[in-house]
Design a protein around this ligand. Sequence first.
Ligand SMILES: [Zn+2]
Length: 342
Amino acid sequence: MPAPDPHEQGLDPWALPIRDLGLAIAGSPLEPILEEFNAELSRVGIHRVRPRFYLSTEWGVCEGTVAIAIPFYLARPDLMALHADRIGHVEGVGRADVLRYLRHEMGHVVNYAHELFKTDEWVELFGSMDQPYREEFRVEPFSRRFVRHLPGWYAQKHPDEDWSETFAVWMTPGIDWHADYVDGPEALAKLQYCDRTMTALADRDPVVTAEALHQDVSELDFSVREFYRSQSFEPDPFPAGLDVALRSIFEDLGGPEASLTTAPRKLTSGLITRLERDLVADVYRWTGHVPERTRPLLKHLAERAEQMALVYPEPNETAAVVALTTLVTTVAMNLVLQRNPA
Ligand SMILES: [Zn+2]
């Protein structure tokens, strides 16, 4: 990406190259969380593999390294707020959520450091690393074959993610995974393998210790503004019948009984806009329909509701929230299954 013209930068920080924003882990809200995470590693007996942490554009570990990339926007509250506004979903909101992502990424680190993926037992349990990596995939909600850690049935994405999610569950303090997966023998077998393997590796030096960084924050020569421009998604065609669906919900809510009430009417479009933040996150959690796709869907529904002048009596707001949430979830689940046929 080309560097922005300095004459056009003015005082707008979002027009400066990200590398010039002075972002660092030291002194940021991430620093104490990483200290806590290192202590957690010691508690589960991981002493020989210590990841290096660095700021980049997204969470990740490059294959063949032990360096964990953390999104740069988590280093400063104003950038996090901007990310929430632009993308509608932050991976790592607050301490508990950041720790959740770190445990997942640590799974990749352990996998690469000890080259577990080259062993027959790993391949038998999780599959081959050579399987194609798809950003979007057909989810099987509540599958007994996979553990659940990050939202969106993430373990089902690829064998490497399956392992990392398993590892994350294994290392999360306070989880009784034996009990949680008692009715999922395949997921349990993966956890037992992880437990056995981590005990065996406790005193073994890693095979791989490379810390090569990919897109370290010091190399990011594009601005925050350009970063978000590059994240835009090709929107899906919306399914047929959404107008009818919306009308039927709000005709029921404002039906004959409700018409007797003098309660103030509220705009459906405003409600959809207010629900956006929570709805994109929760829909992703249970359907795997990514926020980048749910947001345009919600914008479309809000626009249609406005054009059809849909309203509801204020006391019926809970019913309206339930109805909209159920509608959006169903549409999202169908889109995920249609886009990723079995
Ligand atoms: Zn991962």
